[in-house]
Design a protein around this ligand. Sequence first.
Ligand SMILES: Nc1ncnc2c1ncn2[C@@H]1O[C@H](COP(=O)(O)OP(=O)(O)OP(=O)(O)O)[C@@H](O)[C@H]1O
Length: 227
Amino acid sequence: MSEQVVQVNNLNVSFGRQQVLSDLNLNVQRGEFLAILGHNGVGKTTFVRTLLKQLKPTSGEIILAPDTKIGYVPQFRNIDIEYPLSIRDFIALSFTGIRLPFLNRQEKQILNRVIEMVDLSDIANHSMGKASGGEKQRAYLASALVKQPNLLILDESTASLDPDAKQELLRVVKRLNVQEQLTVMFITHDVSVMAKYPDHYLWMKHGGYELGLIEDLPSEVLNQDNV
Ligand SMILES: Nc1ncnc2c1ncn2[C@@H]1O[C@H](COP(=O)(O)OP(=O)(O)OP(=O)(O)O)[C@@H](O)[C@H]1O
């Protein structure tokens, strides 16, 4: 039987007089891959921030399954070429925050596993600063996996990557979704690049939204990248 991970009931979020989300209803099942699409400024980030409990709804609610552990991959931030850490040490920081940790055996195992899960094992000792955009983004993804989440939220994670790196990232995310049964919510403007990966879409529009199976994604949305 399918199991609900996220249940959104009549969600309304306003900033002062500006209503950004109105009456949003959504159910996300365990193991689902949902694409969240929509023009700039329509409220995608507001929705995710509400989900992360950084914002309070004006009314309505978001209910998460009790065992939910969220892994959040923020928008791509470049790292200076002089950045001194290796990819492995950069990911290891997620255990502690700012200091390089002394990892115990179990933590080392987790570290090796998340590095493998994002296909970075071969270059884990290379410099993070000199890694390509796609490799860096997969390192961010690995950082989000360190805490072993069961719900992965990616915010524009393919933006500013070249087409091959976008596909590579999406292949990795899809594999996590299928093999690890990770539920995925992926905010994106790259509609055509990613259209073959998710199961469902949430198409956010000013004053409303549409939900559906990805194969039923309206062609007006599919043919329009950078929606
Ligand atoms: N903290 C805030 N205070 C006031 N207004 C805000 C705040 N955060 C967002 N907004 C407004 O809410 C609206 C939706 O913003 P949001 O960032 O959620 O859109 P988005 O769909 O994520 O856009 P983008 O694709 O550009 O990231 C915008 O008009 C924005 O100016």
